[in-house]
Ligand binder design. Structure first.
Ligand SMILES: [Zn+2]
Length: 83
Protein backbone atom coordinates (compact mmCIF):
# COMPACT_ATOMS: atom_id res chain seq x y z
CA UNK A 1 0.00 0.00 0.00
CA UNK A 2 1.17 3.50 -0.81
CA UNK A 3 1.95 6.04 1.88
CA UNK A 4 1.35 8.88 -0.56
CA UNK A 5 -1.69 10.99 -1.13
CA UNK A 6 -3.34 12.19 -4.33
CA UNK A 7 -1.69 15.31 -5.73
CA UNK A 8 -5.09 16.69 -6.72
CA UNK A 9 -7.44 15.99 -3.80
CA UNK A 10 -5.16 14.72 -1.00
CA UNK A 11 -6.96 11.39 -0.63
CA UNK A 12 -4.63 8.50 0.36
CA UNK A 13 -3.51 6.44 -2.68
CA UNK A 14 -4.61 2.89 -1.85
CA UNK A 15 -5.62 1.41 -5.23
CA UNK A 16 -2.80 -0.08 -7.29
CA UNK A 17 -3.11 0.58 -11.06
CA UNK A 18 0.09 -1.02 -12.42
CA UNK A 19 3.20 -2.26 -10.65
CA UNK A 20 6.10 -2.40 -13.14
CA UNK A 21 8.80 -3.16 -10.59
CA UNK A 22 11.92 -1.12 -10.02
CA UNK A 23 13.46 1.27 -12.56
CA UNK A 24 16.17 3.94 -12.71
CA UNK A 25 15.16 7.48 -13.65
CA UNK A 26 14.25 7.69 -17.34
CA UNK A 27 16.66 9.59 -19.60
CA UNK A 28 19.07 10.07 -16.76
CA UNK A 29 22.37 8.97 -18.22
CA UNK A 30 25.29 8.18 -15.97
CA UNK A 31 28.66 9.91 -16.21
CA UNK A 32 31.81 7.81 -16.51
CA UNK A 33 32.52 8.49 -12.81
CA UNK A 34 29.07 7.25 -11.82
CA UNK A 35 29.50 3.92 -13.63
CA UNK A 36 31.52 2.57 -10.72
CA UNK A 37 28.69 3.21 -8.27
CA UNK A 38 25.32 1.54 -7.79
CA UNK A 39 22.56 3.13 -9.82
CA UNK A 40 19.54 4.22 -7.83
CA UNK A 41 16.30 2.45 -8.69
CA UNK A 42 12.77 3.56 -7.83
CA UNK A 43 9.49 1.66 -7.66
CA UNK A 44 7.52 2.18 -10.89
CA UNK A 45 4.17 1.60 -9.24
CA UNK A 46 1.20 3.64 -10.40
CA UNK A 47 -1.84 4.21 -8.22
CA UNK A 48 -5.31 5.51 -9.08
CA UNK A 49 -7.09 7.90 -6.77
CA UNK A 50 -10.42 6.43 -5.66
CA UNK A 51 -11.92 9.91 -5.35
CA UNK A 52 -10.90 11.89 -8.47
CA UNK A 53 -9.35 9.04 -10.58
CA UNK A 54 -6.02 10.35 -11.95
CA UNK A 55 -3.32 7.69 -12.23
CA UNK A 56 -0.12 8.81 -10.59
CA UNK A 57 3.18 7.61 -9.20
CA UNK A 58 4.22 8.15 -5.64
CA UNK A 59 6.46 11.17 -5.36
CA UNK A 60 9.80 9.61 -4.45
CA UNK A 61 12.35 12.00 -5.94
CA UNK A 62 12.47 15.77 -5.98
CA UNK A 63 11.79 17.29 -9.43
CA UNK A 64 15.12 19.14 -9.40
CA UNK A 65 16.90 15.76 -9.23
CA UNK A 66 14.89 14.44 -12.17
CA UNK A 67 14.99 17.41 -14.52
CA UNK A 68 18.29 19.16 -13.70
CA UNK A 69 20.23 17.21 -16.36
CA UNK A 70 17.43 15.87 -18.50
CA UNK A 71 18.57 14.35 -21.79
CA UNK A 72 15.28 14.50 -23.67
CA UNK A 73 13.74 17.67 -24.97
CA UNK A 74 10.64 17.88 -27.08
CA UNK A 75 11.16 19.39 -30.50
CA UNK A 76 10.28 23.03 -30.75
CA UNK A 77 7.37 23.96 -32.89
CA UNK A 78 8.19 26.51 -35.52
CA UNK A 79 5.59 29.15 -36.04
CA UNK A 80 4.85 29.47 -39.70
CA UNK A 81 3.26 32.71 -40.75
CA UNK A 82 1.61 32.78 -44.13
CA UNK A 83 1.35 36.17 -45.83
ZN1 LIG B 1 -7.64 12.43 -5.91
Amino acid sequence: MSKSSCRFCGNPLTHSFADLGMSPLANSFLSSEQLRNMERFYPLHAYVCSTCYPVQLEELEAPEHIFSDYAYFTPKWQLTVFP
